[in-house]
Design a protein around this ligand. Structure first.
Ligand code: GAR
Length: 218
């Protein structure tokens, strides 16, 4: 199967983008990252892309008058690369329904919670405040509902009594770097497909929470 083209959208540090770029270089993902695009000029993820000789592009959302105008410029830039998959990796902007529709079934996101728990922001703090004992991350396809699309895979971490939002974020991030490349590899190998609002992996329909990650999956 020919290698797929991936475009990654970022807003910040880019540790997930880094994990995906490395997995492509190591042939764990049969794909090429064509571009990393940020909506924030200061995103460190852009430096990571440049260091890997990948096109690093900033489209500063503050320079646009409306969400739709920004999204349209972003869409045109992405489509110049004719990607098979668009990967949101810490891209911290709500996308218009038109944009989401354009990439239906070919846009993934990673979210730092065990969805459907805690869509939105401050997930680690909310899990601690609710006295949860388990937290984690989810990879899901993007739909019009915020953090609401079908889940491909989740990874869990235990919340210790002395965990703070920062220590918990670190634990969750380490799992994110495992599950995001894995889900992307499945997609690029044609093993993961969408059918209406269901996900199919290797011919089997996934449950609502997707696959539960364990080390044997890598
Ligand atoms: C990650 O923890 C990701 O799950 C989260 O932003 C972080 C980005 O880190 N995404 C969201 O909260 C999206 N709703 P990174 O820039 O180091 O990859």
């Amino acid at each position: 199967m020919p290698a797929k083209n991936i475009v990654i959208l970022v807003s910040g540090n880019g540790t997930n983008a880094q994990a995906i770029i490395e997995s492509c270089h190591q042939s764990k993902i049969n794909a090429k990252v064509c571009a990393v695009i940020s909506n924030r000029p200061s995103a460190y993820a852009l430096n990571r892309a440049k260091a890997a000789n990948i096109d690093a592009i900033c489209i500063d959302h503050e320079l646009f008058e409306s969400r739709e105008a920004f999204d349209e410029t972003l869409r045109k830039q992405i489509d110049e690369y004719q990607p098979d998959l668009v990967v949101l990796a810490g891209f911290m902007r709500i996308l218009s329904s038109q944009f989401v529709k354009h990439y239906e079934g070919k846009m993934l996101n990673i979210h730092p919670s065990l969805l459907p728990l805690y869509p939105g922001l401050n997930t680690h703090k909310r899990a601690i405040e609710n006295k949860d004992t388990i937290h984690g991350a989810s990879v899901h396809f993007v739909t019009g509902e915020l953090d609401g699309g079908p889940v491909v895979i989740q990874a869990q971490v235990n919340i210790a009594k002395d965990d703070t939002p920062d220590t918990l974020a670190t634990k969750v991030a380490e799992k994110e770097w495992e599950i995001y490349p894995l889900a992307i590899a499945w997609y690029c190998d044609g093993r993961l497909t969408t059918a209406k609002d269901k996900l199919i992996l290797d011919g089997k329909t996934l449950s609502r929470n997707g696959i539960l990650y364990n080390e044997h999956l890598v």
